[in-house]
Design a binder for this molecule. Structure first.
Ligand code: ATP
Length: 434
């Protein structure tokens, strides 16, 4: 896949209702995107799969959902007010703006070809806002740049009420905002995005063991999403890449057409965050260890993934252009568990009672999976629309159905069709989706 394919994916996303440019009728807003009907279904399925894998299926992880607006002191304690900066440079000639660590300042500007840079200066990535009706005197706070701090400030509440014992995790899924200097590559880097974060609290000293554990778990989660394992890797951070709070960090990376890039960070945060909140709030952030009868500040291993990046990865990995009987077929080979529609149902013609039978089948499928009824256009066109939408199965109702109660079931990837009884559709889908 080459870089151009990203453009093809952007246009497929628009054509099939996955993603639209935000506020498009007003000319769009840079690097913000809206999820359409298919996009929101797929995104929800990715989030549900994460929530199930990280929270519901585990005895020792609980979830929570903190407010996006938090007390401004949170961001002083976390280090974001003083440290959450990117270095920024401008080309004085054409006014193009870059992250200083993303360009070679010994070379000319790639947009205008002149070499006339401003001095790099630090730019805080947090979006500021004011609480209260009077803008100037309102209290300044920020749109959260990560969900993690909502977990840390609730550590005592959650541990006290859930009565979890170390090691245990608190997970959260929600929006985060960063005023990124350079954006681009579609959903990869945007100013508003969703995060799936887990803070796993442990006895200090067990950091390495749990960092290894979560690296493996999280890499496997991406594989279970159906992403090609050969394009996934874990990369340890070099010392100079580590964030201010971290002593060791691994990124899960995917090989995009624009190069290997981060999908998730798994970091040893030590006791940094709870120490800071302990100090800034003046409220003890401690865990009572019933085995040693001691109060300690737990250490933390964090897993922090972007929903939108996972979504983009699934699309890029699934996108295929094939030649079928001298025609180009575009198909999204999405894993059935995240495909927006699991099964489409087509009456071959719009008469002779076939649409009614098809509608009944759609209702049956909907008791377990998402289904879609389509009677518009030739059957070939209907298959192609669903191939582009990533729908893994298609059921066609034809005249034989009225005689013997059978339908054809088509597989998106092999395009093979088998005849099965209408009564067996659900069980057949179930056995194929496992
Ligand atoms: P980068 O180096 O790409 O800016 P980061 O190391 O600052 O990312 P983290 O702070 O570790 O990112 O955030 C955790 C995850 O949140 C990232 O792995 C990514 O999936 C997601 N994420 C962070 N920033 C963005 C963004 N601007 N747009 C979309 N997703 C993002």
């Amino acid at each position: 896949m080459d870089l151009k394919s990203i453009e093809n994916i952007v246009s497929l996303c628009k054509r099939r209702g996955f993603i639209f440019q935000s506020s498009e009728i007003y000319g769009g807003l840079g690097s913000t995107w809206d999820y359409g009907p298919y996009g929101v279904e797929m995104k929800q399925k990715i989030k549900d799969f994460w929530w199930h894998d990280v929270v519901t299926s585990r005895e020792n992880v609980v979830g929570m959902d903190a407010a996006i607006l938090m007390h401004p002191k949170t961001w002083e304690a976390s280090g974001h007010v003083s440290n959450f900066h990117d270095p920024l440079v401008d080309c004085k000639n054409c006014k193009a703006r870059y992250r200083a660590d993303h360009v070679d300042l010994n070379k000319p500007c790639e947009r205008c070809g002149k070499k006339d840079w401003t001095e790099p200066r630090q730019f805080n990535l947090m979006f500021k806002t004011a609480i209260g009706p009077v803008e100037d005197s309102g209290e300044i706070t920020y749109l959260r740049p990560e969900t993690a701090q909502g977990i840390f400030v609730n550590f005592m509440n959650v541990q006290g009420t859930s009565r979890q014992k170390l090691p245990f995790g608190i997970a959260q899924l929600g929006k985060a905002f960063r005023n990124e200097i350079t954006t681009g590559n579609f959903l990869f880097r945007t100013r508003e995005f969703e995060q799936m974060e887990l803070e796993f609290f442990i006895h200090p000293g067990e950091n390495e063991k749990w960092l290894d554990y979560w690296c493996e778990e999280r890499l496997n989660w991406f594989k279970k999403l159906g992403i090609n394992p050969e394009k996934l890797r874990l990369r340890p951070h070099d010392k100079d890449e580590l964030a201010h709070y971290s002593t060791a960090c691994f990124d899960v990376e995917y090989e995009f057409p624009f190069g290997w890039s981060e999908l998730e960070g798994i970091a040893d945060r030590g006791t940094f965050d709870l120490d800071q909140h302990n100090e800034y709030s003046g409220k003890k952030q401690q865990y009572f260890d019933p085995q040693t009868n001691e109060r300690i500040i737990p250490a933390v291993v964090e897993s922090s993934a972007g929903v939108d990046r996972a979504f983009l990865t699934c699309l890029v990995d699934a996108y295929c252009e094939e030649e079928v009987r001298d025609e180009k077929r575009i198909v999204l080979k999405l894993d059935p568990k995240i495909a927006p529609v699991t099964c489409a149902v087509f009456p071959l013609v719009k008469k002779d009672g076939l649409p009614e039978i098809a509608q009944k089948i759609v209702e049956d499928i909907r008791t377990k999976y998402s289904a879609y009824f389509d009677q518009g256009g030739s059957i070939g066109r209907r298959y192609r629309r669903q191939d582009e939408a990533g729908t893994p199965y298609g059921v066609t109702v034809d005249h034989q159905t009225t005689e013997d109660g059978t339908v054809t079931l088509r597989d998106r990837d092999t395009m093979e069709q088998v005849r099965i009884s209408t009564d067996n559709i659900l069980s057949e889908l179930q056995s194929r989706i496992q």
